[in-house]
Design a protein around this ligand. Structure first.
Ligand code: PHB
Length: 359
């Protein structure tokens, strides 16, 4: 019977099991410079028994940052820092892909070069506040990208993808979820453009497809995944017809023959009821491997795989507190509980000090 412990091939990546470490923002890069450092090497290496590690969301350029101390992939120092992470995970037999991230409007001038305004599809201020070095500050109204600037954004993804290749990763995941730049283009609550990048669903999908084409050219599509979050309202996101939008996205992504489609199936911090959404229909619209994420435990993961609803499952919060999640699932051992107060920022505490079994 196929379950979480069965090997699986995602594109050309052969995973020892179907338990994936989800991307998790932890805000522990070395500053200044947003450079991966020794404690990041320790953290990822502790988790190398995952079938696949997806790194925390990683800014592709100086303008792509929206939180303190997030490790980037746009300077030589960052590439060298990530190479240490990758080499150490590989030495333990693990596999690791880098998540390529541009935050778009979810940022603040104090986090950007020359106090620049964040960029977005449209000049619409999201409700809420940015995490800055000076504490929480209200989001600002972003600057709408000119149509002739979008090739430059695609170019930033290309350069970052090349940097990830140089660092030795097994592949990359394009972050098109959770209210960041590519998701801001997809959903019509944040995209009010009247050019070929706004309006119809194909138009709103255009930037994502251009980014995917470019990243696949660098890496080969068999080492590229993409993450979407059709119903996540996080970061003030809305869409008038998420099923139509994301089924279209799944259909037009299929011909790339990607390594996988990664779907966050829940909402973060939802206060209102989430829209109805048929994830089985989304999965049928995508030709390729489906990675599910959001509130799965071992039993639900195994059931979803056995019933052929998903190919693999990404675990987030459980991986914060359980570096040896694979071994714990295998033995039905109890899980450590994650301490929310140390999720974002800080040092070893709540980062690399969760015990493995028998430790
Ligand atoms: C966050 O830092 O809160 C965050 C980052 C990336 C995500 C989701 C949340 O995809």
């Amino acid at each position: 019977m196929t379950d979480l412990f069965s090997p699986v091939k995602l594109g050309s990546m052969v995973l020892a099991n179907r338990i994936v470490m989800a991307p998790l923002t932890r805000n522990r890069a070395a500053m200044p410079g947003n450079v991966p450092q020794d404690n990041n090497v320790t953290y990822y290496t502790q988790r190398a028994s995952a079938g696949l590690i997806i790194t925390e969301a990683t800014p592709i350029s100086a303008m792509a940052h929206g939180y303190p101390a997030t490790p980037g992939i746009h300077t030589a120092e960052q590439v060298a820092g990530w190479k240490k992470v990758v080499d150490s995970v590989h030495a333990k037999g693990g596999k690791i892909v880098l998540q390529l991230w541009h935050v778009g409007r979810i940022s603040h001038p104090s986090l950007l070069p020359d106090n620049a305004l964040p960029v977005a599809p449209s000049a619409i201020k999201p409700a809420g506040q940015a995490y800055t070095y000076e504490g929480l500050q209200d989001f600002v109204t972003p600057r709408a990208l000119e149509v002739n600037e979008l090739a430059g954004i695609v170019q930033e993804y290309k350069a970052a993808a090349q940097n990830a290749l140089e660092a030795g990763f097994d592949g990359v995941e394009v972050h098109s979820a959770n209210g960041y730049l590519l998701d801001q283009f997809l959903r019509d609550g944040s995209n009010k453009r009247t050019d070929q990048y706004g309006g119809s669903i194909p138009n709103r999908s255009r930037l994502l497809l251009e980014v995917m084409a470019t990243v696949c050219k660098v890496w080969g599509a068999d080492r590229v995944g993409v993450r979407i979050s059709p119903i996540n309202p996080f970061n003030d996101m809305h869409d008038s017809n998420p099923q139509a939008l994301f089924n279209h996205v799944a259909e037009v992504l299929s011909p790339f023959n990607l390594a996988y489609l990664h779907v966050m199936e829940i909402g973060i911090g939802a206060t209102e009821a989430l829209p109805d959404f048929d994830f089985a229909s989304l999965r049928r619209a995508f030709r390729g491997n489906y990675m599910a994420n959001g509130g799965y435990d071992k039993a639900r993961g195994n059931a979803a795989i056995a019933n052929n609803l998903v190919d693999c499952v990404a675990y987030g919060v459980p991986y914060i507190a359980n570096p040896d999640l694979v071994e714990r699932f295998a033995k039905d051992a109890p899980l450590n509980q994650a301490d929310q107060s140390s999720f974002y920022g800080g040092s070893e505490k709540g980062y690399t000090d969760y015990p493995a079994l028998g430790a």
